[in-house]
Design a binder for this molecule. Structure first.
Ligand code: ADP
Ligand code: MG
Length: 341
């Protein structure tokens, strides 16, 4: 099955205080899909903390023990893309039938539904159908349901029906265990003090932890050098430095347009359509906050406007952030994506 990564199993998902509830709920769901009160099972947590891994582990376990069940893993982005394609090619019915036949639906990263109201509506109906017929839903997101600002209330209320379990940053001991397991799987030898050093210093998420280790190993192979603590310190310094990039206006524009599903070139056009104006104003606001560009160059980048337009846009966005909770959620979401890059 191309949708599920075979390496993402329960065995390879190291247990710790940071994930105990989510992991054991996942296990219960895998043993009795649709047959527990954990429906949907909602797994949430920050970037790189193991949401996809755990969600797929549930899917892989069900495939192994209950091979007749139809399991589907899909990311929210892919689902959105499929929906848009189905609309375009006029085969919404096939799309609905396909999803309604699934026994275990794993929907990854639902925070990406924010701002995509049509797709959300559509998912809402699929969700209801599956849930009513006792099928299992597993959902991941970067926040708890109550904090998912850009999602429709009725969808959020469904997400609260089952169990929400969070993944937290693993403590030092768990980070060590994760590193040791990966190293063992790859058949590599690293001095314990190096493992300890990496686990100590990379303490924000598991993906970076692995990234640092992969980088260490790659450099040691290239340089044909054994890694000792001194070398690790030197290499890790570069790893951390490389992870901060500058944010460009182009990048802001593309993120905002993707988020609101508006065509990228429209932001620079003269149109006054409400959704375009909103995307344009948020883009300007973010450009002012996250780049070193002057008001003048921001204005000229976003369609040859003058600096007073930029000031007005920033003021409008700030006012809306103060008064409109949904809007505030949109901006916070986009800002988070910006910082992840
Ligand atoms: P997320 O979907 O939350 O961004 P991922 O599931 O992609 O995070 O996890 C990032 C990486 O960290 C993956 O390679 C995954 O295997 C690994 N990982 C995360 N948590 C654990 C864990 N508890 N044990 C082992 N590996 C983990
Ligand atoms: Mg993920």
């Amino acid at each position: 099955d191309p949708q599920l990564n075979q390496n993402y199993t329960f065995d390879s998902f190291i247990e710790g205080d940071c994930n105990r509830l989510a992991r054991s709920a996942g296990y219960a769901v895998a043993a009795k899909p649709g047959g527990t009160s954990f429906n949907p099972l909602m797994i949430y947590g920050g970037v790189g903390l193991g949401k996809t891994h755990l969600a797929q582990a549930i899917g892989n376990e069900i495939k192994r023990t209950l091979p007749d069940k139809l399991v589907l893993y899909v990311s929210c982005e892919k689902f959105t893309q499929q929906f848009v394609d189905a609309l375009k090619h006029n085969n919404i019915n096939d799309f609905v039938n396909f999803y309604q036949a699934i026994d275990v639906l794993i929907m990854d990263d639902v925070h990406n539904f924010a701002g995509k109201e049509k797709t959300q509506d559509f998912f809402f109906h699929i969700f209801n159908h599956l849930h009513q017929s006792g099928r299992q839903l597993i959902i991941t997101s970067d926040k708890a349901p109550k904090d998912l600002a850009g999602l429709e209330e009725r969808l959020l209320s469904r997400f609260k029906w089952g169990l929400s379990a969070d993944l937290q940053i693993p403590d030092l001991e768990t980070r060590m265990a994760i590193l040791k397991t990966k190293i063992y799987q790859d058949g590599i030898d690293l001095p314990n003090e190096v493992i300890e050093y990496v686990a100590h210093n990379i303490d924000n998420n598991v993906r970076e932890l692995e990234g640092a280790m992969v980088s260490l190993l790659a450099q040691s192979t290239l340089n044909r050098k054994e890694i000792d603590l001194n070398l690790a310190k030197q290499m890790l310094k570069n790893f951390i430095k490389n992870s901060t990039k500058e944010i460009s206006m182009e990048y802001i524009q593309s993120l905002v347009c993707e988020y609101f599903e508006v065509p990228i070139e429209m932001v620079k056009s003269q149109t006054r359509k409400r959704e375009i104006v909103q995307a344009r104003q948020i883009s300007m606001y973010l450009a002012k906050a996250h780049t070193k560009s002057s008001l003048k160059s921001i204005g000229s980048f976003f369609g040859g406007r003058d600096h007073s337009t930029v000031i007005y846009a920033c003021q409008t966005v700030e006012d809306l952030i103060d008064t409109d909770k949904k809007f505030k959620g949109y901006v916070a979401d986009i800002q988070k994506k910006l910082k992840m890059s």
